[in-house]
Design a protein around this ligand. Structure first.
Ligand SMILES: Nc1ncnc2c1ncn2[C@@H]1O[C@H](COP(=O)(O)OP(=O)(O)OP(=O)(O)O)[C@@H](O)[C@H]1O
Ligand SMILES: [Mg+2]
Length: 349
């Protein structure tokens, strides 16, 4: 009988900054979730993998390059969503892994680049016929957009290149030209980024997780923002996500949507279309708004979404058929990356 294949050895790469943020929070007596890199290490070790964590320090960068170059594990589990706390470095970590011919989990530097620039992503959505809110991109001295219907308030103004709802607060939903201009200038100043002005889409907040190549669409997760306090806009902004605990606003699988085949098929098409348009692979979460008439609007794609055991991606995996526990999900992401044919230094899929 053939010997079972030994399990690959794994290095879990994460932003060292996360530890500093966690330590600062703990020092203030605040609660802080177990870092995802630990959760992954525990899950893999329990399943018999040799797994170790490697904290990616932004400086000196040469040291990190050398550490990666010298790393002799079979696979890098890349959960660097930033480097030195900077989200726009996420794509550069993937670039480095590509240049060093490393096998790693999750998305290529190209997909991370396309998805991080929300304005660029929307241009690709438009080309592929994927519905996304009408928009204008306003950089200092430059306006662009192809959407004549962006006329009515409310609109929402966000930085083009941040995630985790940075720069998205109650003030982001604007109802007049004055509010709009103030918010655009604030984004230029605070984030040194162009401002993305979008038609505000009234509707249900839906997150669609996808896993595999080609991807399986996992059950949608809804965040019921109608339960936020009445003075707050119905958005997943900084306040709702990070600042306060709004227990009444729950996340769940919306059974009415799941039972509606025609609607599910539109949601699936939108999610898969967005995945394909941005050249995503392995795993991603597509954020959408579903209008009362049942039209899904894609807000953004998150390649390599947060793998915390309580986050939307793991929640969706647990509700899939067949279901994936958090450990199953982590192991599946390893298998998907191990199945990838290694090409000569290519950033393409
Ligand atoms: N055009 C829109 N219409 C209505 N609500 C919107 C719109 N754009 C953004 N939002 C709200 O703001 C939230 C955050 O927006 P978005 O997903 O673009 O930002 P993000 O900071 O990248 O989020 P993430 O933490 O998912 O990476 C959305 O989940 C949604 O609730
Ligand atoms: Mg989002």
């Amino acid at each position: 009988m053939a010997e079972p294949r030994p399990k690959p050895s794994i290095t879990i790469l994460y932003d060292a900054d996360e530890e500093r943020v966690r330590d600062a929070a703990l020092a203030k007596g605040e609660k802080f979730p177990t870092l995802v890199s630990y959760q992954i290490e525990t899950a893999l070790t329990k399943r018999g993998y040799t797994a170790k964590r490697l904290a990616a320090e932004a400086t000196p960068i040469k040291r990190l390059v050398r550490q990666i170059e010298d790393d002799n594990s079979d696979l890098i589990f890349n959960v660097c969503e930033s480097l030195g706390g900077a989200g726009d470095e996420e794509r550069r970590v993937a670039s480095m892994l590509e240049l060093l011919d490393k096998r790693f989990t999750g998305n290529s530097s190209l997909a991370l680049t396309l998805a991080t620039d929300k304005s660029l992503a929307k241009k690709l959505f438009e080309f592929h016929g994927i519905k996304s809110p009408d928009f204008l991109t306003i950089a200092p001295g430059k306006v662009e957009g192809t959407t004549p219907s962006l006329k009515k308030f409310p609109m929402i103004v966000k930085p083009t290149g941040t995630d985790a709802s940075m720069g998205i607060t109650a003030k982001s939903v604007v109802r007049s030209v004055e509010e709009l201009m103030q918010r655009v200038f604030a984004i230029h100043q605070e984030f040194h980024s162009a401002a993305l002005v979008e038609q505000y889409i009234e509707g249900r907040e839906i997150y669609v997780s996808l896993l595999g190549n080609p991807p399986t669409v996992l059950p949608p997760i809804e965040w019921d923002l109608s339960k936020l306090p009445p003075e707050m806009p119905r958005i997943a902004g900084t306040e709702a996500k990070w600042e306060r605990d709004f227990k009444a606003a729950r996340e769940f699988v919306p059974e009415d949507i799941v039972a509606n085949d025609a609607l599910m098929s539109r949601i699936r098409d939108a999610a898969l279309g967005a995945w394909n348009a941005l050249l995503v692979r392995d795993y991603a979460r597509v954020d959408m708004r579903l209008t009362p008439d049942g039209t899904p609007f894609v807000l953004e794609v998150n390649p390599n979404p947060w793998l915390d055991s309580r986050a939307e991606f793991a929640m969706a995996a647990r509700r899939a058929t067949p279901d994936f526990s958090h450990g199953d999900l982590i192991e599946r992401i390893v298998q998907i990356a191990m199945e990838r044919p290694m090409r000569e230094r290519s950033t393409a899929r």
